[in-house]
Write a protein that binds this ligand. Structure first.
Ligand code: BTN
Length: 250
């Protein structure tokens, strides 16, 4: 078992009261799963980082903020769409603080700035609820091109200057804590509104693709944690957010 090289304590209500910093882990999500709620696990490098849909998530040592948060939300908040919105909006707020730029959400859990992916989120719920975040900090555009990732970017590219990893960690933890506090106090409307704005497809013709490969095309009338409301086939169709794997402009 690895030992953290450092332990930090943020002045938080929920997220980051204890922050464990490791040089290397297989995946921060695995280590976080064995920790107390409120703990944040950070690694400079992951030897077996995971992405969505069983993909690998690779980042050179020290280039990214690789962190996982363990939380114990009440049952009504244990839904992937709500947890993803929480993490995506909080990280988007941190991106704004660090670069001055607004991030958009690409359904379901990528953050894009100027159309390029800067962050991926992986929620894993077994015994514990773990939210894993990979935020690109200091890679160059050439590094992404060389890695065959032309659609990725980093906060340093966006800001035009290096990003201090400690400042990035502090901003992400602070915004996760603030948003979580609002969420568990029952204030879900501001989070839902921010999430909807960052997805940005309202009123547009969209394609909603389900996990089984079927899809619905129509005009997006509304988007809430309870349903994706589409004007399609001469009527109104409401899809559960959790059944939709991709939602994009048609
Ligand atoms: C994706 O876009 O596919 C999601 C990527 C999530 C990557 C992060 S890095 C920290 C945490 N630990 C992991 O193994 N994965 C997540």
């Amino acid at each position: 078992m690895s030992t953290p090289r450092e332990t930090l304590h943020f002045d938080s209500r929920h997220v980051g009261r204890r922050v464990l910093l490791f040089d290397e882990l297989s995946s921060t999500n695995d280590t976080a799963a064995g920790e107390e709620p409120g703990t944040v696990v950070v690694a400079d490098f992951q030897s077996a980082g995971r992405g969505q849909y069983g993909r690998v998530w690779q980042a050179k040592p020290g280039t990214s903020l690789l962190l996982s948060v363990v939380v114990a939300p009440p049952p009504e908040l244990r839904r992937p769409v709500i947890l993803t919105a929480w993490a995506a909006v909080a990280v988007a707020d941190a991106v704004h603080r660090l670069t001055g730029q607004q991030a958009k959400i690409k359904w379901p859990n990528d953050l894009l700035v100027r159309g390029k992916k800067v962050c991926g989120i992986l929620i894993e719920q077994r015994a514990a609820t773990v939210v894993g975040i990979g935020l690109n900090l200091n890679q160059t555009a050439d590094e992404f091109t060389a890695a065959g990732l032309p659609d990725a970017s980093s906060l340093a590219v966006i800001a035009g200057q290096p990003i201090d990893p400690r400042a990035a960690l502090a901003a992400v933890v602070r915004h996760l804590d603030d948003e979580y506090d609002r969420l568990i106090s029952g204030e879900r409307v501001p989070l839902e509104a921010d999430w909807k704005w960052r997805i940005g497809l309202l009123g547009r013709q969209v394609v909603a693709e389900r996990a089984d490969g079927s899809s619905v095309t129509g005009r997006l009338r509304d988007l809430t944690f309870d349903g994706i409301e589409l004007e399609a086939d001469g009527g109104i169709r409401v899809l559960k957010p959790e059944e939709v794997r991709h939602l994009s402009a048609a």
